[in-house]
Design a protein around this ligand. Structure first.
Ligand SMILES: Cc1cc2nc3c(=O)[nH]c(=O)nc-3n(C[C@H](O)[C@H](O)[C@H](O)COP(=O)(O)OP(=O)(O)OC[C@H]3O[C@@H](n4cnc5c(N)ncnc54)[C@H](O)[C@@H]3O)c2cc1C
Length: 418
């Protein structure tokens, strides 16, 4: 197929930006990725670095659900809950909350589940294609992912199981004994659980991302390390990406800046209610052998993944924006939850705060800006951006190249907020 696109600039070399860049260069389109952090450096620490490493094609339900809404006040006022607020940030979240409450009903929940399922069901295959082209030795495990819960939490679990069943998602319910047979080191503080056997996990998300980035560079992609201040569409076939010191012209540009994307979209005159759900991780070095696959304790909103850096304990949702400092209490919460499930754990290291990019209906935005058709959006992947990286690359590169698709992409348009 003849390719008419002359050049593309992408702001953000997280997993969305890199995978989109890779698919574009493979189509023969010249690409330049911009990021203030070099993906190959040890100081690179965005969400795509520090996540829990789950490839979760089953995770169609997020938090725009009536049952969660009912639990929110209780969670917020508990000092030992999975959800926390930085109270100084609440006034800045009005627009997000407004859209969130609008979307917290059965109909919206099922709409999100349907269209998350549309892309999640393609997510593992999209990664497998990339994995055939990079060295993943010791980096990807295919042992499924386990969720556990107590009987206090059954109402929400029944809802999730039913929605997944209706969508035909493979899931295997587990008794307490079956969980302990699979993960004998766990402290049996739970009553039951489920395993998603088709799920995979990363032993080191940053190492995988670096391999994909190197493939992008070796396929002809360019990278410039700089902070981007502004993007503008100047004519029907020209966009300009501006850094603090330079400007760069491309036929099309992509905003794939994760939770930071709103700074750029606001300048384009589109009021998109993107915000962040802050999450934390710590490592227990040398303790990764205690479990063989990720285990998530749903009552606590936290999980543990065996990784090359150690046992990574990850979790909590903190609403507090991009600028507030990390919360010691949230770190303590994650550490205590990990010790509840694995009392053998002792000292932790590497405290990390990351920013999930979340829209209030929990669907990402994939597609052109409403007012600037040559600027394409690829952000808002919330808790599932690691899982969705490879498929986002395929979808967004297809949109840019003007390819036909069988997918219904309308639900991912930013039009839904305007
Ligand atoms: C605690 C935690 C656990 C998670 N666990 C999982 C999981 O197990 N599975 C899963 O699927 N997902 C998980 N996620 C979600 C996932 O990590 C994110 O959705 C995903 O990494 C987002 O990717 P991204 O490329 O959109 O953004 P990012 O990874 O944040 O990358 C955005 C990039 O843009 C750059 N950037 C931003 N603005 C500018 C600018 N103005 N100029 C230059 N560069 C800029 C940043 O430096 C950054 O490198 C988790 C997230 C967190 C926080």
């Amino acid at each position: 197929m003849e390719n008419k696109i002359k050049s593309v600039g992408i702001v953000g070399s997280g997993i969305q930006g890199i995978c989109t860049g890779l698919q574009l260069v493979k189509k023969g389109i010249p690409v330049t990725l911009f990021d203030r952090q070099d993906p190959l450096s040890a100081s690179y620490k965005p969400a795509s670095y520090g996540n829990a490493g789950h490839f979760s094609p089953y995770a169609v339900l997020q938090f725009n659900r009536p049952d969660v809404l009912y639990d929110v006040p209780k969670m917020l006022f508990s000092s030992y809950g999975p959800l926390a607020l930085k109270w100084n940030y609440i006034p800045k979240m009005f627009s997000w909350f407004f859209h969130y409450f609008k979307n917290c009903n059965n109909k919206s929940m099922l709409h999100t589940a349907k269209y998350m399922h549309q892309i999640l069901s393609l997510s593992n295959d999209a990664y497998e294609e990339i994995f055939q082209q990079i060295d993943t030795t010791g980096l990807v495990e295919r042992k499924g992912i386990i969720y556990v819960w107590t009987r206090n939490n059954l109402k929400s679990r029944k809802l999730e199981i039913k929605v997944r069943e209706d969508l035909g998602i493979k899931q295997k319910l587990l008794t307490k004994k079956e969980i302990l047979d699979l993960e004998p080191n766990l402290n049996p503080v739970f009553d039951a659980g489920v395993i998603y056997e088709d799920a995979m996990h990363a032993r080191d998300p940053h190492a995988i991302l670096k391999e994909i980035f190197k493939l992008y560079l070796n396929s002809g992609g360019r990278f410039i390390q700089t902070n981007i201040k502004n993007i503008e569409q100047t004519s029907i076939n020209e966009t300009i990406i501006r850094s603090d010191t330079d400007e760069y012209k491309f036929e099309k540009s992509v905003i794939a800046s994760g939770a930071f994307s709103k700074k750029l979209t606001d300048q384009l005159g589109e009021n998109i209610p993107l915000d962040t759900e802050r999450g934390y991780h710590v490592h227990f070095k040398g303790k990764e052998h205690l479990i063989t696959r990720p285990v998530i304790f749903l009552d606590r909103g936290f999980g543990m993944t065996p990784m090359n850096q150690g046992l990574r304990a990850v979790g909590t949702v903190e609403l507090g924006g991009l600028k507030n400092p990390p919360s010691k209490k949230r770190i303590e919460y994650v550490v205590n939850c990990a010790k509840e499930l694995l009392p053998q754990l002792d000292q932790h290291e590497d405290e990390w705060l990351g920013f999930r990019p979340t829209l209030p209906d929990f669907l990402p935005i994939l597609g052109p800006s409403l007012k600037n058709k040559n600027i394409i959006y690829a952000f808002g992947h919330q808790h599932l951006g690691w899982t969705l990286g490879a498929i986002t690359g395929k979808i967004v590169s297809g949109i840019i190249a003007g390819e036909k698709t069988n997918l219904d992409l309308t639900p991912y348009s930013s039009k839904r907020f305007n």
